[in-house]
Design a protein around this ligand. Structure first.
Ligand code: GAP
Length: 561
C-alpha cells in the first residue's frame, strides 16, 4: 500500500480534511490500470458474449428498491456500544476479537455477545444487535422531494429496463446485458484498505435464460478447465467443470460456464491460478435474491477475499418487478413445432349478453374469453365494478388448439465483479522482488497490455540532442496509441527502477549509438535484458511486444549492459 500511494496508484479521498474510511481516489496509475481491466472485462463479457452493455442512473427511486427487496433485506447485523456509541459489523467484530465465525443473524450474534461477555474496544457494553440497512438514502427534487437511494448494485438498472432489452433482442433467449459503473453501500465498518469501500466499481452481467435451459452453447470452451471448488459443506474439489456439473457439485452448466469464463478472465488480468478458488455460499449466507452463488476468491495478504459473485437469481427480480410495477416482464418463447392441446374454453353467448348487459356486454365477452374454465357463475371486475355473470350467458366447450409457444419469466445468472478488489488483487499478485546487479529490486510484473504506462523513453543524457530525439520517439509511440512517458531526470539505473516499480514493460533508451546508426535499445522489465533495434521499426516491434507474449529475443541479440 505504501508503494501504491507513493507511486500514484491509490490515494485516500478527502485527505486534506483527514480522510474518510471507505472512499479512495484512483490516482493516475491506478485509474489507468482499472480502466484497462474494465476493457479486458468488456472483451470477455460483452464483445465475446451474447450480450450488450448499457448505462443507467446511479440514483434510483424508492419503488425500485422496495420491489428488489433491498429496502427491507439489504442489511448487516450491527452492534452499537452503549458507552462510546461506536457501531461495528457484528460478524467482523466477533471474528476479529474472538476468532469465531458467527452466523449473520441477530439471534446468533446476541448469543455470542452474551456467552463470551463481548465488550466494545472502549470497555463498554453493547446494546442489542440489530439489522442496519446498507443503502445510502437520498432525496430527489426540491422541498420534500421523492425518496431515493444510491444504487447498491448496477443490476437493478438492467432488470427495470428488461422489457425494452427483451424487445432489443427480439425476445430471443438467452441474452446478456452488462453494466459497468459505481455502486454504493454504507458499510458499517469499512476496513482492509480498498477491499470494503462505500463507493466502489462493479462490472455486472445479467444473463437471461429460459428457466428450463440453464445451458450455454459455448460451454465446451471451458468444460475441460480444471478449477478449485469449495462447496457449501466446505469440501474442496479439484475437478474439470464438466465433472463438476456431472457430479452435481455445480448445479447446472450455465453457472459452470460463468465459473470457467470468470477464471479465464482473472488469469488474463494476472491473477495467479494457485491463489484462486470458487467457493459456494452456505444456505444462510446467500443474498435475499439468490438460490445459489459461487464466489471467486483470491488469496491476498488479507486472506481469501471475494472478488466476484456468480449467482443464480432465478426469476426473483423479474417476478418482483412484475408484481410491483404491474408490467408483464415475461417473454414469449416459440416452440420448434406447434403443439396440439385440448382446452376448455369459455364461449360467451353474445345474443343473450347484449340485451342483458348493454354497454358492458362487449367487455364482459372479452373477459369471459380469457378464462380457461368457469362454474355456474363468473364474477368479473370491470372498471372497478363487480359483475356477476350466470352460466346462461356462456357455455364451456372443449376445443383442440394449436399452441405455438409459451410465456416464461426468464431466469438470471449473474456474474458480478468488484473492479476495485480485482485491481488491488492484480497489483498484489504482480508485486515481486528480485536481485539485479547485487541490489534488491521491486517490480510489478503486470500483464503487458494492462500496464498503465506501457513504454518509458529514457535519454541516457539530459543534453538537448538526446532529449529532442527522445521527444520525437515518444511522440511517434503516442501517435500510435501507446501510453508513453518521457523521463529525463536521474541516473539511468534509478529511472529503470522507477519504471520497474510501476510495472512499465519496456524502456527505450537513446544513447550515443542512436546518433551513429539510428538504433535504440529496448529493455525488458522482467528479465532486465535489452535488444538493439532500428528506430524505424520501433513502433511495430513495441506493438507486437505489447499485443503478444513474444520475448524481446525475437527482435535482436540480447545483451545486458
Ligand atoms: N449484483 C450482485 C452483487 O452486487 P455482491 O456479491 O454483493 O453481489 C459483487 O457484490 C462484487 O462487488 C463482490 O464480489 C465484490 O468484489 C464487490 N463488492 C461488494 N461490496 C463491496 C464493497 N463494499 N467494496 C468493494 N467491493 C465490493
Amino acid at each position: 500500500m505504501e508503494m501504491l500511494v507513493r507511486r500514484g496508484f491509490i490515494w485516500q479521498s478527502f485527505e486534506i480534511y483527514g480522510g474518510m474510511a471507505g472512499f479512495i481516489d484512483y490516482a493516475p496509475l491506478g485509474n489507468g490500470l482499472r480502466r484497462k481491466i474494465e476493457d479486458l472485462w468488456r472483451e470477455f463479457f460483452v464483445i465475446n458474449e451474447r450480450s450488450v452493455e448499457i448505462d443507467t442512473p446511479t440514483v434510483g427511486i424508492e419503488d425500485v428498491f422496495i420491489a428488489s427487496g433491498h429496502a427491507e433485506g439489504f442489511t448487516d447485523v450491527a452492534i452499537e456500544c452503549s458507552s462510546c456509541g461506536r457501531v461495528f459489523r457484528a460478524d467482523h467484530y466477533v471474528k476479529e476479537k474472538l476468532n469465531l465465525e458467527v452466523d449473520p443473524t441477530v439471534e446468533a450474534v446476541k448469543n455470542v455477545v452474551q456467552e463470551f461477555n463481548l465488550k466494545c474496544e472502549c470497555g463498554g457494553d453493547f446494546k442489542e444487535p440489530e439489522h442496519i440497512n446498507l443503502m445510502f438514502e437520498t432525496k430527489i427534487g426540491p422541498g420534500r422531494g421523492k425518496k431515493g437511494y444510491l444504487r447498491p448494485e448496477t443490476a437493478q438498472g438492467i432488470f427495470i429496463a428488461f422489457k425494452r432489452l427483451s424487445d432489443y433482442f427480439r425476445n430471443k433467449l438467452p441474452f446478456g446485458v452488462a453494466q459497468i459503473g459505481r455502486a454504493y453501500r454504507n458499510e458499517i465498518s469499512p476496513r482492509q484498505g480498498v477491499i470494503r469501500l462505500r463507493e466502489f466499481n462493479q462490472a455486472e452481467l445479467e444473463f437471461f435464460c429460459h428457466p428450463g435451459e440453464k445451458r450455454h452453447p459455448e460451454f465446451d470452451r471451458y468444460a475441460d478447465d480444471v478449477v478449485t471448488l469449495v462447496d457449501k459443506f466446505d469440501k474442496e474439489h479439484r475437478v474439470t467443470l464438466r465433472e463438476a456439473v456431472e457430479k452435481g457439485i455445480i448445479a447446472h452448466e450455465l453457472l459452470a460456464y460463468f465459473v470457467g469464463k470468470t477464471r479465464r478472465f482473472l488469469l488474463a488480468a494476472g491473477i495467479r491460478d494457485e491463489k484462486l478458488r470458487f467457493r459456494q455460499h452456505k444456505d444462510d449466507e446467500r443474498a435475499h435474491y439468490a438460490v445459489d452463488c459461487w464466489d471467486a476468491e483470491v488469496l491476498l495478504s488479507y486472506g481469501w477475499i471475494e472478488v466476484v459473485g456468480i449467482a443464480d437469481r432465478s426469476d426473483y427480480d423479474l417476478s418482483r418487478h412484475t408484481q410491483f410495477s404491474r408490467e408483464d416482464l415475461s417473454v414469449f418463447v416459440p416452440y420448434d413445432e406447434p403443439v396440439k392441446v385440448k382446452r376448455r374454453r369459455v364461449v360467451p353467448n353474445i345474443p343473450k349478453l347484449g340485451p342483458a348487459f348493454r354497454d358492458r356486454a362487449k367487455k364482459i365477452a372479452e373477459e369471459l374469453e380469457k378464462l380457461e374454465d368457469a362454474g355456474d357463475e363468473v364474477v368479473l371486475t370491470i372498471n372497478g365494478e363487480e359483475i356477476k355473470v350466470p352460466s346462461e350467458y356462456y357455455e364451456i366447450r372443449e376445443v383442440e388448439e394449436e399452441v405455438h409457444g409459451e410465456r416464461v419469466v426468464p431466469h438470471v445468472i449473474e456474474p458480478s465483479f468488484g473492479l476495485d478488489r480485482i485491481t488491488y488483487a492484480v497489483l498484489e499478485h504482480a508485486f515481486d522482488t528480485d536481485t539485479v546487479d547485487g541490489e534488491e529490486r521491486r517490480v510489478l510484473r503486470l500483464e503487458r497490455r494492462l500496464a498503465p504506462v506501457q513504454v518509458a523513453v529514457l535519454p541516457l543524457l539530459s543534453r538537448d540532442e538526446f532529449v529532442e530525439e527522445a521527444e520525437t520517439i515518444a511522440g511517434e509511440l503516442r501517435e500510435n496509441g501507446i501510453y508513453t512517458e518521457l523521463d529525463i531526470t536521474g541516473s539511468i539505473g534509478r529511472r529503470y527502477r522507477r519504471y520497474d516499480e510501476i510495472g512499465t514493460p519496456f524502456c527505450i533508451t537513446i544513447d550515443h549509438q542512436t546518433f551513429e546508426d539510428g538504433t535504440v535499445t529496448i529493455r525488458d522489465r522482467d528479465s532486465t535484458s535489452q535488444v538493439r533495434v532500428k528506430k524505424s521499426e520501433l513502433v511495430r516491434i513495441i506493438q507486437e511486444l505489447l499485443n503478444s507474449g513474444k520475448s524481446i529475443t525475437e527482435f535482436g541479440e540480447v545483451f545486458r549492459p
